[in-house]
Design a protein around this ligand. Structure first.
Ligand code: ZN
Ligand code: ZN
Length: 356
């Protein structure tokens, strides 16, 4: 599996005329060589892979890392530059969206015989298409979401605070095998539902409110991301209407997923429906985002996205309507594109649900 990832990277190196690529971002290091520690460097040349780390991580690297050579350094930049010089490289790709200006300068100060080439889009292209091992981790993380939601559902009732719900979800996810929460969990009730990123507060839930719960965990480094909106008691006709519009937008976007469709066409399916129903101004964010080792990664599903959706891509579909002073609804699923359509990884039913 890792060999195949390195092969795809080497194809990019060939295309970009690079002799080597250097990885500092722990997420990319994990992706290409399996190391889950937080400090190290991975060097990939046309014919070998070298993993370098310090004494704190050598035992871990020995156990986890798949690389032709494993080395220990005292100073990271010195150790890496020595290796680059030994490999006689001239054009070296670096992670443009991770390497700081200071680190970039340090590398050039140490040795100026090679040039550093910014690589970001090509790396996103590699990681956005998931292999089977990744998809099964994403699926497992999504299953944890379903179990957690089912266990927490009975406590969603008037008088309970948003934070209590968030804490229960988090505890359940951890106990069930999740590594950590995927992000600061969102529980937004009543008028707070109009905040697309309404992190759980000490507000108590009341009858007649919608509660938007956006949550996820990590399994083997891979995230789950799912949003459920539930009604507490009877809600107004307006809130119910908003729910139905968002659900229809979500269902239409999913139904439009087919191989090689443009991401922005999927965004348009949901957006145009919400506009037609008169709520266009209340849906401000993109329809979705890729999910993997990072909670937000390529491809982006938005009006500006240039991506074509192909088999193996994993991303969210999450339309929402947020009306200040009234409330909001978001419905989110994470799906994987297949050769003939898509498969939903998240499993909580999204039909209208009334509790308490
Ligand atoms: Zn989410
Ligand atoms: Zn999301």
């Amino acid at each position: 599996m890792l060999e195949y990832r390195i092969d795809r990277l080497r194809a990019i190196m060939h295309r970009e005329e690079l002799n080597a690529v250097v990885f500092f971002n722990p997420v990319n290091i994990r992706y290409f060589c399996g190391f889950t520690g937080t400090d190290g460097v991975l060097l990939v040349t046309r014919d070998k892979t070298v993993f370098l780390t310090d004494s704190r991580y050598t035992a871990q690297a020995e156990a986890q890392v798949v690389a032709n050579v494993k080395k220990q350094y005292t100073l990271k930049v010195d150790g890496l530059v020595d290796e680059l010089v030994a490999c006689a490289v001239s054009r070296v790709g670096i992670e443009a969206d991770f390497v700081t200006v200071a680190l970039h300068q340090k590398l050039l100060d140490k040795h100026s015989s090679f040039s550093l080439v910014a690589l970001d889009e090509p790396l996103r292209e590699v990681r956005q298409v998931k292999d089977d091992a990744e998809i099964s981790c994403l699926e497992k993380a999504a299953q944890l979401n379903k179990q957690a939601f089912e266990s927490v559902l009975p406590m969603i009732k008037p008088g309970v605070t948003e934070q209590q719900i968030a804490l229960e979800l988090e505890c359940f996810l951890r106990r069930a095998g999740g590594e950590d929460k995927a992000f600061e969990l969102i529980v937004a009730s009543g008028q707070r539902g109009a905040l697309p990123h309404g992190v759980a507060s000490d507000k108590k839930i009341a009858t007649g409110e919608l509660v938007t719960i956006d949550f996820g965990t990590r399994f083997c480094g891979y995230h789950s991301d799912e949003t459920v909106t539930v009604a507490v008691g009877d809600v107004s006709t307006e809130l119910r209407n908003i729910y139905d519009v968002v659900l229809e937008a979500h269902d239409r976007a999913l139904a439009a997923l087919s191989p090689s469709v443009k991401a922005r066409e999927i965004d348009a399916v949901a957006r145009q429906y919400i506009e037609q129903m008169g709520y266009g101004e209340y849906f401000g964010h993109g329809l979705g985002h890729g999910v993997g080792l990072e909670i937000h990664e390529a491809p982006t599903i938005s009006p500006r996205s240039e991506a074509f959706l192909t088999a193996g891509m994993v991303f969210t579909i999450e339309p929402g309507i947020y009306i200040p002073g009234v409330g909001g609804v978001r419905i989110e699923d994470t799906v994987v594109m297949t050769v003939d359509g898509y498969r939903c990884l998240t499993q909580i039913p999204k039909t209208f649900r009334q509790v308490a």
